[in-house]
Design a protein around this ligand. Structure first.
Ligand code: ZN
Ligand code: ZN
Ligand code: ZN
Length: 327
């Protein structure tokens, strides 16, 4: 079980995980490589399907799965208690951490990565995310689902086997409400449709481009080599994306991750999918952030929320395009 607690200083909800405290080894293993226990077989490898709860979805030809969605055994969000806020004192505010927490196994291949997937397989990953979000969106009380892929220990992955997570919650998280406010502040049209036009007009921050997707190192990049994957079709909700849009975004994410690997080596990264909250009306345009872990947030960033990016996006885009051309 988990609990939401309100930070009254910032107005942010914090998830306090109560049963993960049973897993002290998580902390003991922090300094070690991912998967420190060689005796425990990988729960995501084919043949070990019974070590996870039964699959919610599988994708792939015949009996062989390529992508598999299972419930998380240690959910950060679970149950369907309504979002009722309890005031236990002037500064103690809590709510149930209701919701859904699923694991998305990206491939049966233990040693592969998102960057190794074929076009069709990468498309299947985003199609699976779309299907799950459509399912989540129909659950009363859920406001938002966060889809992520963490790769590498420094990015928070606890298992080597390539996987992502889908976390559905009963509130709109801060990052999304901040982005909603950004779309609302931008007058006249859609902020990201305008970004596509503006970045294409300038050109030098564009990393990849096809009929469906634009990938840029955004003008406002907060971290080195970060990329923004923007589907060309204006759509607020990822789960309303057409199959061809979803497939194209999967392919673009895969190719962008290949460029990161070519340029920076096998470094840790996070892939973050952002879409409008369920049943929300305002302007939004779904998109994907690719965040290679090149540097760690230090005191200044943590203290001020002001990132210092040591690599201008114009330089990053040049370098990524150059390795793309040579591959
Ligand atoms: Zn495995
Ligand atoms: Zn748009
Ligand atoms: Zn975003």
């Amino acid at each position: 079980m988990s609990q939401l607690r309100l930070d009254p200083l910032t107005g942010r909800w914090i998830v306090i995980s109560l049963d993960r405290a049973d897993r002290p080894t998580d902390f003991a293993h922090r300094q070690l490589a991912v998967e420190a226990d060689p005796d425990r077989p990988c729960p995501f490898c084919p043949g070990h399907e019974e070590s996870t709860p039964p699959a919610l979805e599988t994708y792939g030809p015949r009996g062989d799965w390529l992508v598999r969605v299972v419930p998380n055994r240690f959910p950060a969000f679970s149950g369907n208690e309504p979002m009722v806020v309890d005031h236990l004192g002037p500064v103690f505010t809590q709510a149930p951490a209701s919701g859904i927490h699923e694991v998305l196994v990206l491939t049966p291949e233990h040693g592969a990565s998102f960057a190794d997937l074929s076009d069709a397989h990468a498309g299947l990953v985003v199609a699976a995310i779309r299907d799950r979000l459509a399912e989540h969106s129909a659950v009363p009380g859920l406001r938002y689902s966060q889809a992520i892929v963490n790769a590498g220990r420094e990015a928070g992955a606890s298992l080597v086997h390539p996987h992502g997570q889908l976390l559905a919650m009963s509130f709109i998280p801060r990052e999304i409400s901040d982005e909603q406010a950004g779309f609302a502040r931008f007058e006249g049209s859609c902020l990201l449709c305008t970004t596509i036009e503006a970045e294409e007009a300038v050109g030098h921050r564009v990393v990849l481009s096809d009929d469906h997707v634009l990938v840029v190192c955004p003008y406002w990049s907060a971290t080195a080599y970060e990329m923004l994957v923007i589907p060309r079709a204006h759509e607020a909700h990822l789960h309303y994306a057409t199959p061809s849009e979803a497939t194209a975004v999967g392919r673009a994410v895969r190719t962008a991750l290949q460029l990161i690997r070519e340029r920076l080596g096998d470094i840790a990264y996070n892939v973050v999918f952002h879409a409008a909250p369920y049943r929300s009306e305002g302007v939004f345009h779904w998109h994907v952030h690719l965040l290679p872990k090149v540097t760690t947030q230090a005191g200044f960033e943590l203290g001020t929320g002001v990132p210092i990016n040591i690599c201008p996006p114009e330089v990053a885009a040049d370098e990524l395009r150059a390795v793309g051309a040579s591959v």
